[in-house]
Ligand binder design. Structure first.
Ligand code: HEM
Length: 482
């Protein structure tokens, strides 16, 4: 018996030795630079994810090892424009998504964002893409809906400022993003969370969740997640967005017949032939969630940055452009465009890596052979900073860099805030118009500065894929321009 145990121990030892040899030496990925620990085990990367440090960990590895880094035994991170093109754009939608995106199913059903394969994705995208096309978003009735919410935002902040001497813009900005996306999805049943305390609860439920750890456990250990969820372990219990779910289900199931023709829901309903009824709430819930924190946090970081002392001249320049061109559409203001783009470069609402599988046959990328099913990704945070020839002083907020002709192509190639290719952000045009219209309403009439009592951290805090200001408080003063 003891001989058998001995043989088993030797077999396990040899197996382990071979695994180490394979990962460090024989694997096709062995030549890719990276720390030995990453080449040997995924656990170190998972630890970074659990502690909300994946983005900065990968970024530091890129600074140390260069544009291509092996971050786990079967995972490689890239930071070049060529990799962006190959991974996310070639063949329309690029490489297939990994199971990570299962986390974004809603009500047990898939939606466009969480579909893994190209075929399924393009079928879903065809159903609704026109609702987010630039020409569609630029229609007067759509823009009027956004402007109406921006005016409500300004009314709310000026009222709160008069009452308290500073405004925590984190709250009304997320309300604004929620009200805009629900207008696009469900008008006339969009939320009015800027003014209505009941709708405000939906924003609070969505924007103050703390589910990072639970979702990492759910991704890596789905069975354990289910099991320990039953005994109320905090690692397993991502808080369910019940109010939001009820709101979405109510609109999709009970009010759908009477929503306006321009809405996404109306479009989903008219294509009954191709959209199974049970998938409609999942799709709408995804757009609602995708539209709130991204635009809300992007605007929050941007307004904070514009309110800092060192940005005073930028704010003045933006205000001058707005005031000198009252009749020019916001989308045609070059400095506004540069300010928004620089905001999204410095504070990408989705700064994390977007994982994809190398196709079965394998691929050569940036000179390295990658076998099929290797996980590859790029992250906006690194693409926007690593190459200092393209982005000199990358940590500085300099909108002017986007106005220079020299190097324009390279900058645009590395700009990844909305990802790119067929699976890039469908809400990009809507989000950009929301941001620009709000900035015009605010900075055309107000000067903002950081309130002296502002002590909350504006450090970027990573969530499962998006990021938000760590303190979730941003106190600003609003001084009316005479
Ligand atoms: C500043 C605001 C926004 C940013 C920075 C942003 C960024 C992104 C990024 C990086 C992706 C790709 C994610 C991935 O591949 O894992 C994405 C996808 C997506 N975004 Fe946005 N987003 C923003 C606003 C919005 C809004 C307002 C909507 C409203 C509908 C939206 C809806 C979506 C959807 C549905 C997808 C999935 C597209 C697909 O799979 O084809 N986003 N977004």
């Amino acid at each position: 018996m003891s001989i058998l145990y001995g043989l088993a121990a030797v077999a396990i030892f040899l197996r382990l030795l071979y695994a180490i040899y394979y990962r460090l030496v024989a694997s096709p990925l062995a030549k890719i630079p990276g720390p030995a620990v990453s080449k040997l085990i995924r656990l170190w990367l998972v630890y970074q994810e659990l502690t909300g440090r994946r983005r900065t960990y990968i970024h530091d590895l890129h600074k140390l090892y260069g544009e291509v880094v092996r971050i786990a035994p079967n995972e490689v991170s890239f930071a070049t424009g060529e990799a962006v093109k190959q991974i996310y754009s070639v063949g329309g939608s690029g490489y297939e998504k990994t199971e990570f995106y299962n986390l974004f199913m809603n009500f047990g059903a898939r939606n466009m964002f969480s579909t893994l394969t190209k075929g399924e994705h393009s079928e879903r995208k065809r159903r609704i893409a026109d609702r987010y096309a630039k020409t569609y978003v630029m229609q007067p009735n759509i823009l009027a809906g956004i402007r109406e919410r921006a005016v409500a935002f300004v009314a709310k902040v000026s009222q709160d400022y008069a009452a308290r001497g500073s405004v925590n813009v984190y709250v009304p900005l997320h309300c604004y993003a929620l009200d805009c996306i629900t207008h696009h999805l469900f008008h006339p049943y969009g939320t009015h969370s800027i003014e209505d305390p009941e709708d405000l609860k939906i924003m609070q439920e969505l924007s103050y969740h703390d589910s990072l750890k639970a979702r990492i456990v759910q991704y890596y250990l789905p069975r354990l997640h289910k099991l320990i969820g039953k005994v109320g372990n905090p690692f397993a219990s991502a808080k369910k967005p019940d109010l939001t779910a009820s709101y979405v289900l109510e609109n999709c199931n009970n009010r759908s017949a009477s929503v306006s023709d321009h809405t996404v829901l109306a479009k989903l309903r008219t294509r009954k032939d191709s959209v199974p009824a049970f998938e409609i709430p999942s799709e709408c819930m995804d757009h609602l969630a995708a539209g709130i924190d991204t635009t809300g946090d992007g605007l929050c970081f941007l307004m904070w940055q514009l309110s800092r002392r060192e940005s005073a001249h930028i704010q003045e320049k933006l205000r001058a452009e707005i005031q000198d061109n009252p009749q020019v559409p916001v989308d045609d203001l070059p400095y506004m465009e540069a300010v928004v783009k620089e905001g999204l470069r410095c504070y990408s609402p989705i700064p994390m890596s977007l994982p994809r599988y190398v196709p079965e046959e394998g691929r050569v990328l940036e000179g390295y052979y990658l076998p099929g099913k290797t996980i590859v990704s790029c992250q906006a945070w690194t693409l926007h900073q690593l190459d200092t020839k393209v982005f000199p002083d990358p940590e500085k907020f300099v909108p002017e860099r986007w106005l220079e002709e020299d190097g324009k192509e390279d900058r645009n190639r590395l700009f990844f805030a909305f990802a790119s290719g067929g699976r890039g952000c469908i809400g990009k045009n809507l989000a950009l118009m929301e941001m620009k219209i709000l900035l015009k309403e605010v900075y055309g009439s107000y000067r903002t500065v950081i309130a002296p009592e502002m002590t909350a951290s504006m450090e970027i805090s990573d969530q499962i894929i998006a990021s938000r200001p760590k303190g979730q408080v941003c106190l600003l003063r609003f001084e009316e321009i005479a």
